[in-house]
Design a protein around this ligand. Structure first.
Ligand SMILES: Cc1cc2nc3c(=O)[nH]c(=O)nc-3n(C[C@H](O)[C@H](O)[C@H](O)COP(=O)(O)O)c2cc1C
Length: 238
């Protein structure tokens, strides 16, 4: 395997603006050189005092990896079943099969059903050296985003989930993860079945303020052609 870092064709800003949650993967394993470059990027992330408390458990196709995927699939099924009911995914606008809500529900159904077949499952962990603080996650989540951005740069896609919570004890036993280690999330990775495209968020003037809360500066204007989403709780009128 070459020790050169691969050249990527996607500009940094373009990559940031098109790193969407990808939940459908082609049935292709990820070559080790690509895993290496993605995990290298993850391990270059910042952390408090540069202590680098992050560790990444990378699960592909070993027997243990398969067992871990099956375990987390069980967590995924129960989390998604509850969310689908609570958030009424198949009612109101979701009753129309062409609605964004119904499409999202189909994507989630297929994601959960195929969870045990994801090409790679990464567990970004944080080795605790003191009692948890409110800033603790900030020493692991930048690494998670680096991982997703590097995946995007190499033509892969992924998504963060919290599906491991329900099965965390069994997972730690299976993989030998010490009790005190914080498993921050799961990240699944693979070649997307669909295409990458621009992320959709709220207009930036709803999200960026100047020196007064809820008042955005004049320069906080989205670039021409930006498409938005109405996802998220309704904003308070200004
Ligand atoms: C903290 C966090 C937790 C998340 N948990 C889940 C999850 O449990 N299951 C899932 O399918 N996606 C999960 N996601 C993915 C989000 O749903 C996704 O990032 C968001 O909807 C934006 O998607 P987009 O970038 O494609 O617009 C999570 C994302 C974050 C940042």
């Amino acid at each position: 395997m070459s020790d050169e870092f691969q050249q990527d064709a996607v500009g940094l800003l373009e990559g940031i603006n098109s790193t969407r949650a990808i939940r459908r993967y082609r049935d292709e394993s990820i070559p080790e050189k690509d895993l290496r470059d993605m995990l290298f990027a993850a391990t270059r992330a910042p952390s408090g005092s540069n202590r680098q408390p992050f560790r990444f458990v990378v699960l592909t196709d070993s027997e243990k990896a398969k067992q871990a995927k099956v375990l987390i699939k069980q967590g995924a099924e129960s989390v998604w079943r509850a969310k689908k009911t609570n958030d009424q995914y198949d009612q109101r606008s979701g009753a129309d099969s062409a609605s964004p809500k119904a499409r999202m529900a189909r994507t989630m159904d297929s994601y959960v059903e195929n969870f045990d077949k994801v090409p790679a499952l990464i567990l970004p962990c944080l080795v605790r050296y003191r009692e948890p603080t409110p800033m603790e996650g900030a020493s692991v989540y930048p690494a998670v985003q680096n991982l997703l951005l590097a995946a995007r740069a190499l033509g892969y896609g992924g998504v963060i989930t919290g599906f491991h919570h329900m099965v965390e004890t069994e997972l730690k036993n299976l993989l030998g993860i010490p009790e005190e280690v914080f498993v921050s999330c799961t990240v699944t990775l693979g070649k997307p079945k669909g295409k990458h495209g621009p992320v959709r968020r709220r207009p930036m003037n709803e999200l960026v303020y100047g020196d007064t809360w809820n008042e955005s500066p004049e320069w906080a204007v989205d670039p021409a052609g930006t498409r938005h989403t109405s996802a998220g709780p309704p904003r308070k009128p200004r």
